[in-house]
Design a protein around this ligand. Sequence first.
Ligand code: SF4
Length: 259
Amino acid sequence: MIFTWGPTYRIKTVRNGEADEHTELMLEQHRPIQSVDGEIGDGRDNHRPMLNAPGGNAEILLHSCCAPCAGDVMNEIRRSGITYTILFYNPNIHPRKEYELRKEENKRYADKLNAPFVDLDYDRENWFQRTNGYEMEPERGYRCTLCFDMRFERTALYAKENGFKVFTSTLGTSRWKNMEQINGCGVRAAAQYKNLTYWTHNWRKGGGANRMIDISKNEAFYQQEYCGCAFSLRDTNKHRLATGRNPIRLGVKYYSRDT
Ligand code: SF4
């Protein structure tokens, strides 16, 4: 298991009307970036209500699937003064090249925000075993329930082992996902441990879906063109070929302000 903490956090203070930025070594956690006018986050729109994690917890574990889905969630959590650690555990992503692309892009943005990033194993053999027999399920079908269960069970275990009382996920950010299905899996995983809660917040609402695109374009994130597993790649390519499009080429499409 590779275990990576973000190395530093930045602090901005105002002395005699002038902003002074300095960097300190991060020992256990990062802190929100406080800007000169009192905003917490990355400086985008700060007029939305602050978020409250379950139980008023000021620290959470954030399971993340990719940079585009995570960008606004990270900003929203930080803007609300909640400390978070990102957990990247997505053994569903296939092939390995695509897995590394999504992970590195997510880590790049975490490093930019000085957010701790935990990189767990790519145990894809377990994933294939777990979904064995459900290869032909459509997206949002039972294979996806198994896929979410596996990722959330590992996340819940990590949360319990590392003292987190709340975890949530970026998985519901995409409009292609079923929030009820994701929340059901999250709540079920959390219920395996005492005093652990899955935060069922809908990150798409309140402008989240638009901000997700906005941030992805600003950051020129890698733009994946299928959900993630070998079967979703197969089905997406099948659909593309049936509609006269070329098959997906991995690693070539990035969000841009021009598109
Ligand atoms: S389609 Fe997406 S959510 Fe469903 S099993 Fe494949 S990777 Fe998991």
